[in-house]
Ligand binder design. Structure first.
Ligand code: C2O
Ligand code: CU
Ligand code: CU
Length: 565
């Protein structure tokens, strides 16, 4: 018994001392930025070398620090031995500079995007975006932060000493095999929690106001961020900019691709250790990371139920609070910046995107492949064509059991509602990723497509669960110059007979369109992608009343009323 107790003690001591100081990626700034994508090795586990990919190093990439309005000339040299791309997530750049799946960098080649930084001060990131390979390349270590600074931010009394009181935290989970090599592809056994590629990370911070730049760089997992003892923190920035004022929180959901800048006031905490955690036990069913994803324990993702992280609270980073700096920030500001959302009165058109399992049945699936509007991603198919300077409202509806973080390139958007209700204050700022709730959940947002048009190179929109993106939960849109004719002939010629109808209804002129049938309360009843000129719907089993056919092609969308009698 005594022996057993001392072994147990040894194990406990080992666990405690096995903590490691969190890696802080170096910074790069100036007009010329050079990234070399390369293979490497990294000790995630003491004494064991794991094969990785990194930019300018073994794992992750340098933090690129840019000023708004500066010009930047980036060279990305691909030495990883296979094709990849690098995308500037969240940044407003031309399609040619965006680094999406069309802008491939072959092994041994150099890509040279140049652009003017138009973004507001916030935390962005870069990562590979090769179709069907995004998850593997990110999992192996390719990802880095981009910090944009601007005058409005510079005028505020905020911590901004990188790695001292302004701390980058890239949160990821990975699965490792028995040789401690990274498991590629889809694995629900992502049991290792990493902060800047560091397991069991700690970091020393001064006893004053500290800024954390959080990025969820994980393949699938959502974090319910909080601190030990429910210590309050203040969100100051969302994906693409500072908020109007700091929002006090004790919990913050961070889904894959999302960033949040937060302040914590550690003035009274000198000598204390405080854990940044994910309180995943509090996540509701249907969010990746919760105890359950499906309606019951049987309806799940392969291996999900054997991952101890799911549904339990775990540490991400231990903050060890040391003495304050002479120049530290001592209090939390009252207000930040003025940022006016787009106006709903300026909307040129609306679009609806429906998330579903590719099979369309069972409608409420937890396992994919998931797709948008019944169509898997196709590099040669343009899903949406958007006239330059359009202001649009998009409605996202999730017909699956699992929540999906939706991301769109080129723009920042403002969330108008989630499940019909306004969102909390911290989600009212500039966003490029939004979590869409499961089981019929909806999100609407407003955005504007400005500055960059290209008739050939599309931008992407996709689920930021990288496994879903790779499996086809992605679409692409062209932003076309206002002089490029947008062709609405297809939708113009749609005819519906008979109307009213008690059973069979014919839609003519709908070839190559998407046809969605909705009930009066907006529920999607059917989705079809007709290839022939005539599409027949059988409404005989539907209740009497009013129904809506929404006919959409890449350019136009029109809704037709139908009476069932
Ligand atoms: Cu973070 Cu299209 O990506
Ligand atoms: Cu992006
Ligand atoms: Cu998804």
């Amino acid at each position: 018994m005594k022996h057993f107790a001392s072994i147990l003690l040894l194990i406990i001591v080992f666990e405690v001392t096995a903590q490691k100081q969190m890696l802080i990626p170096p910074t790069l700034s100036g007009e010329d930025v050079e990234l070399v994508l390369q293979p490497g090795t990294y000790e995630f586990f003491d004494g064991i070398s794991t094969a990785t990919l990194g930019a300018n190093g073994d794992v992750l990439g340098p933090t690129i620090v840019l000023d708004k309005n500066q010009d930047v000339n980036i060279t990305v040299e691909n030495k990883i031995g296979e094709t990849t791309t690098i995308h500037w997530h969240g940044m407003h750049v031309s399609a040619a500079n965006d680094g999406g799946p069309h802008t491939t960098i072959k092994a041994g080649e150099i890509w040279n995007p140049r652009f003017t930084v138009l973004d507001n001060a916030a935390t962005y990131w870069y990562h590979p975006h090769l179709h069907m390979k995004t998850n593997d390349h990110v999992l192996q270590g390719l990802a880095g932060l981009i910090i944009v600074r601007d005058e409005a931010e510079a005028a505020l009394d905020l911590p901004r000493d990188y790695g001292v009181d302004d701390i980058p935290v890239v949160i990821q989970t990975k699965a490792f095999d028995s040789n401690k090599q990274i498991v590629l592809g889809k694995s629900a056994l992502d049991t290792e929690v990493l902060a800047n590629a560091t397991r069991r990370a700690f970091y020393e911070v001064p006893a004053q106001v500290v800024r954390l730049r959080l990025l969820n760089g994980s393949s699938e997992r959502l974090y319910n961020i909080g601190f030990t003892g429910n210590m309050p923190f203040y969100q100051i920035a969302s994906d693409g900019g500072l908020l109007q004022s700091p929002v006090q929180l004790t919990r913050l959901w961070l889904s894959p691709g999302e960033r949040a800048e937060i302040l914590i006031d550690l003035s009274d905490q000198e000598g204390q250790n405080i854990n940044l955690k994910s309180y995943a036990s509090e996540l509701p069913t249907g969010y990746y990371g919760a105890a359950q994803v499906g309606m019951n324990a049987m309806m799940t993702i392969p291996n999900y139920n054997s991952n101890p992280l799911n549904g339990s609270d775990f540490n991400i980073l231990e903050l060890r609070v040391a003495e304050p700096l002479a120049t530290g920030v001592r209090s939390i500001l009252r207000s930040l910046v003025n940022d006016t959302p787009y106006n709903v009165n300026d909307v040129d058109r609306t679009r609806s995107i429906d998330f579903m399992a590719q099979s369309m049945g069972p409608t409420f699936a937890v396992n994919g492949p998931f797709v948008f509007d019944g169509r898997s991603f196709d590099l040669d198919y343009i899903n949406q064509t958007i006239p330059l300077n359009n202001t649009e409202i998009w409605t996202l509806t999730n017909h699956s059991m699992i929540a999906h973080p939706f991301h769109i390139h080129d723009v920042q958007f403002y969330i108008l509602s989630r499940n019909g209700a306004p969102v909390a204050q911290n989600e009212r700022g500039r966003k490029d990723v939004v979590i869409v709730p499961p089981r019929g959940g909806t999100v609407t947002f407003i955005t504007k497509f400005e500055d960059f048009a290209d008739d050939e190179i599309p931008y992407m929109y996709h689920c930021h669960m990288l496994t879903h993106e790779d499996e086809g939960m992605m679409g692409q849109f062209l932003v076309v110059g206002t002089t490029t004719a947008v062709n609405d002939d297809l939708v113009e010629s749609v005819r519906i007979y008979p109307n009213p109808s008690s059973g069979m209804v014919q839609l003519r002129g709908v070839a190559q369109n998407i046809v969605k049938l909705y009930s009066t309360n907006g529920q999607l009843l059917e989705l079809r992608r007709p290839t022939g000129e005539v599409e027949v719907f059988d409404l005989s089993t539907y209740a009497e009343g009013m129904y809506y056919f929404e006919v959409t092609n890449a350019q136009y969308s029109r809704t037709y009323k139908l009476v069932k009698n």
